[in-house]
Ligand binder design. Structure first.
Ligand code: SF4
Length: 697
C-alpha cells in the first residue's frame, strides 16, 4: 500500500457496494488516491475503478451551471439557479393543478447517500405529494431483497461481516463475477482457499471468477432455479439435510420436499446443462463444509423468476442448516454503492424509511410524526421503476419526471422505448454532474456535487454504515442534492424541515427509521467515525450494532426461517428459429453501471473503450462472424451493433454484452422487460437474439 498523502481525507470509493476504503488528497488539478488498510472490505486493495476515481473530480465536460431549454427543441442553455428552480416549481405546480399529484414522478438511484435517498423519498411524498417514486435499485437488488424478506423477514446483503468469507470452508457463488465487479472481494476468497476452503461458481460464462473456482457449474442462462432445486433433491437423496436444524429453526419444509422430489438429477441436467456429477459434487462440498456460504448476485436475480430463484438457493441453504449460524448462511452480493442503504429509506415505491411498508398504518403514523405532517398526507404505493418509466407521458401517467443519480436511457431494459417515453414528457429534470445520456434529453439540468465533494453515509454490502467524506469543494455554481431538494421544497411550500446538512438529515433519518426493520436510530456520525462503521439494526446509542442478525432467531413473527416451495419456469423468452441464441448481459472490470462516470475516466476508457459481443468460436464459425468484426444483434425489441470478441469461456448457445454504453452498442436496446411478479425486476439476464455479421471490421 502506498503511504497516504499528508492531509488526505479518509473516505470510500464512489462506485460499488464493497465501498472500499480509500484516502484522497486533492490538490490543484490532482487527486491522489491510496487504499486504506483499516477497512475490512478491501483491506488495502482497490480495483482500477477505485484507483482512478479521482479523475472524475476533474472531468472536462462537468456541468457547472443549470441548463434549460427555453422552448421544446431548443438547445440547453445556461440559466441561474433561481430561474431553473422557479421553472421546475411552476411547471410541477401547473401540471399537478390540472392532472393531480401523481402527474409528477421521481426516479432515484442506488448510488445516492443514505441522506439523499431519505430526503428524496420524503420530498416525493410530502413536497410533491406523489406516490410516483422508485429508483434504479429496482433493477439491481430487488429480487434478492424480496426473497430475503420472504425467508428471513429481513433484507440485509451478507449474513455477517465480510471477513466471514475468508473464514468459510466453501462458498457457492451464483451469477456473480466479483473478479470484475468488485476485485478486492477476491482477497477474502483467496484467504478462504489458502486455508483449504473451496469456491464453486455457477455461471453460464467461465468468467474471471469462475476460472479461479474449484468447480464451475456452467448452466444454461435462466435455469438457476432448476439447478438449486436439483441440488436440494440430491441433498435429500444423499441424506445430507440438517434435520434437527430444519425442525428447530424453520417452517414449511414438507411442502418443499414434495415439490423438490420431481427435480430428479437427470431432468435437471437436461434443463440446466450441468452434469449430475458436478451438481452432486457441489452439494456434497456444501454439506461437508463446517462453514458454507451461498451467495447470489445479478445473474440469478435479474430474471423474471428472480425472487423464486433466490428463494430456491435460500431453501438449499436452510435445508443444509446454514443460515443463522456463525460464518455460514445465504447472502446477496449487493451491486450499487449504496444498493443496501438506498433501498431502506423510502426511495422505493412501496416503502417508508426504516424499511417499512408504506401501506402499514403504524409505519405511516410514526414517519408522519417525524416529518411533522398528518399520516393521510403520505400517498400510498406507486409504480415500480420499469412500470413508472413506461407510464411516462401516457394517459393517466406522470407528465413530469425528476431524476437524481440515475441514467435510465442506458440502464433500463428495452431502452429505446424508455427514450420515447422520456421524450414524451412535458417536463424532464435531471440532477447530475455531467450530461449523461438521460440528462441530454432533459428540459432542465441541475449541476450536482459528486462523491468527494460532499459528506454523507453509505451502507455497504455487509449492512455496515460508513462515512463518505468531503475532500474537495464542489466547483462554483454546483449544489448538493440536499441543497437542490431544499430549493424545490421551499418553492413548493412543503411542510416540515429541509436541512442541507447531511449530519442533521442523518439524525432525522435515524428518528424516522426507529422501530423499523432497518433501524438506524442508534447510529451517529461520531459512532461511525469511532467504530469504523456500524451494522444496522442499531436501535439505541448503547446498542453495539448487529453484524450477524439471525444467530438467535430470524426476523419472522415466529422467529423461524420460512421455506417456500418454488418451481422452475424458465426464461420468459426462450430461443427459437427466429432468435436462436441466448443473450446475457453484465459488467466489465473497467466500468460501472451505465458508465456515465467511468466512461469519462481516461485510463478506464483506455482499458475498455467500447461495447462488444462475446461469443464462442464455434458459434462465430456457424454464423460467419470474424474476430473483431462488427456484428448485428437483434431481439424482438431492437438492434445493437458491436464488435465481436471470440472466447471459448462462453457457452456456444449464448452471447454476452456489457451494458455500460449507450448508442448503437447499447445492450439494453435488446433486453426483455418481462418483470418478476413480486420484485418487478426486469429479465436483464436472458433473452433470445439473432446474431449476424454487420459489415467489415
Ligand atoms: Fe472497491 Fe468497488 Fe470501488 Fe473497485 S469499484 S475500488 S471494488 S468499491
Amino acid at each position: 500500500m502506498a503511504a497516504s498523502e499528508p492531509g488526505a481525507t479518509p473516505t470510500h470509493c464512489p462506485y460499488c457496494a464493497l465501498q472500499c476504503g480509500m484516502s484522497i488528497a486533492v490538490g490543484p488539478g490532482t487527486a491522489v488516491i491510496t487504499p486504506r488498510e483499516d477497512v475490512p472490505a478491501n483491506a488495502g486493495g482497490l480495483c482500477q475503478k477505485g484507483w482512478s476515481a479521482g479523475e472524475m473530480l476533474d472531468v472536462p465536460d462537468r456541468v457547472t451551471e443549470p441548463l434549460m431549454r427555453v422552448h421544446e427543441g431548443a438547445p440547453l442553455e445556461p440559466v441561474s439557479w433561481e430561474t431553473a428552480l422557479d421553472a421546475i416549481a411552476s411547471g410541477v405546480g401547473a401540471l399537478q393543478a390540472v392532472h393531480g399529484p401523481d402527474s409528477v414522478a421521481v426516479f432515484g438511484g442506488g448510488g445516492l447517500t443514505n441522506e439523499k435517498a431519505y430526503q428524496l423519498g420524503k420530498f416525493a411524498r410530502i413536497a410533491l405529494r406523489t406516490s410516483q417514486i422508485d429508483y434504479n435499485g429496482r433493477f439491481c437488488m430487488s429480487s434478492a431483497a424480496a426473497a430475503l424478506n420472504r425467508a428471513f423477514g429481513m433484507d440485509r446483503g451478507l449474513p455477517g461481516p465480510i471477513t466471514d468469507v475468508g473464514d468459510a470452508d466453501v462458498v457457492l457463488m451464483v451469477g456473480g463475477n466479483v473478479a470484475e465487479t468488485m476485485p478486492p472481494f477476491l482477497r477474502h476468497l483467496n484467504r478462504m482457499r489458502e486455508n483449504g476452503g473451496a469456491l464453486i461458481v455457477a455461471d453460464p460464462r467461465r468468467t474471471a471468477t469462475a476460472r479461479q473456482a474449484d468447480l464451475h457449474l456452467q448452466l444454461t442462462p435462466g435455469t438457476d432455479l432448476a439447478l438449486a432445486n436439483g441440488m436440494l433433491h440430491l441433498a435429500m437423496a444423499e441424506g445430507l439435510l440438517d434435520d434437527s436444524y430444519i425442525e428447530a429453526r424453520t417452517s414449511g419444509f414438507d411442502r418443499l420436499r414434495t415439490v423438490v422430489n420431481s427435480y430428479w438429477p437427470e431432468r435437471v441436467e437436461r434443463i440446466t446443462g450441468v452434469p449430475v456429477a458436478h451438481m452432486r459434487e457441489a452439494v456434497r462440498m456444501l454439506a461437508a463444509g463446517g462453514r458454507s456460504l451461498i451467495l447470489t448476485a445479478r445473474g440469478a436475480e435479474q430474471q423474471a423468476q428472480g425472487v423464486d430463484t433466490v428463494t430456491a438457493f435460500i431453501n438449499l441453504a436452510l435445508a443444509l442448516g446454514l443460515p443463522g449460524t456463525e460464518g455460514s448462511g445465504y447472502g446477496c452480493l449487493t451491486g450499487q454503492g449504496n444498493g443496501q442503504g438506498g433501498r431502506e429509506h423510502g426511495q422505493k415505491a412501496d416503502q417508508l424509511p426504516g424499511y417499512r411498508r408504506i401501506d402499514d398504518p403504524e409505519a405511516r403514523a410514526r414517519v408522519a410524526a417525524v416529518w411533522g405532517v398528518e399520516p393521510e398526507i403520505i400517498p400510498g404505493p406507486g409504480r415500480s421503476a420499469y412500470e413508472l418509466l413506461m407510464a411516462l407521458g401516457t394517459e393517466g401517467g406522470p407528465r413530469a419526471l425528476l431524476v437524481f443519480g440515475s441514467n435510465p436511457v442506458v440502464s433500463a431494459p428495452r431502452a429505446s422505448v424508455v427514450e420515447e417515453r422520456l421524450n414524451s414528457l412535458d417536463l424532464l429534470v435531471v440532477a447530475d454532474f455531467v450530461l449523461s445520456e438521460t440528462a441530454r434529453r432533459a428540459d432542465i439540468v441541475l449541476p450536482a456535487a459528486q462523491w468527494a465533494e460532499e459528506e454523507g453515509t453509505m451502507t455497504n454490502l455487509e449492512g455496515r454504515v460508513l462515512r463518505r467524506r468531503r475532500a474537495a469543494q464542489p466547483p462554483e455554481g454546483v449544489r448538493t442534492d440536499l441543497e437542490i431538494i431544499r430549493g424545490l421544497a421551499v418553492r413548493l411550500e412543503a411542510p416540515g424541515t429541509w436541512s442541507t446538512e447531511p449530519e442533521e438529515v442523518f439524525a432525522e433519518l435515524g428518528r424516522a427509521s426507529a422501530g423499523g426493520i432497518a433501524d438506524y436510530s442508534g447510529i451517529t456520525y461520531e459512532r461511525i467515525e469511532k467504530e469504523g462503521g456500524v451494522f444496522w439494526p442499531c436501535p439505541s446509542p448503547d446498542h453495539p450494532g448487529t453484524p450477524r442478525p439471525f444467530l438467535d432467531r430470524f426476523a419472522t413473527p415466529d422467529g423461524r426461517a420460512r421455506f417456500t416451495a418454488v418451481e422452475h419456469r424458465g426464461p420468459e423468452e426462450d430461443v427459437d428459429t427466429d432468435y436462436p441464441v441466448y443473450l446475457t448481459t453484465g459488467r466489465v472490470l473497467a466500468h460501472y453501471q451505465s458508465g456515465a462516470q467511468t466512461r469519462r475516466v481516461r485510463q478506464l476508457v483506455d482499458a475498455s473503450p467500447e461495447p462488444f459481443v462475446e461469443l464462442h468460436p464455434d458459434l462465430a464459425e456457424r454464423l460467419g462472424v470474424e474476430p473483431g468484426s462488427l456484428v448485428r444483434v437483434s431481439s424482438r425489441r431492437g438492434v445493437s451493433i458491436a464488435r465481436a470478441r471470440l472466447t471459448d469461456t462462453i457457452r456456444d448457445d449464448t452471447v454476452f454484452m456489457p451494458f455500460h454504453w449507450g448508442g448503437e452498442g447499447r445492450a439494453n436496446t435488446l433486453t426483455n422487460p418481462a418483470l418478476d411478479p413480486i420484485s418487478r425486476m426486469p429479465e436483464f439476464k436472458v433473452c433470445a437474439v439473432r446474431v449476424e455479421p454487420a459489415g467489415p471490421p
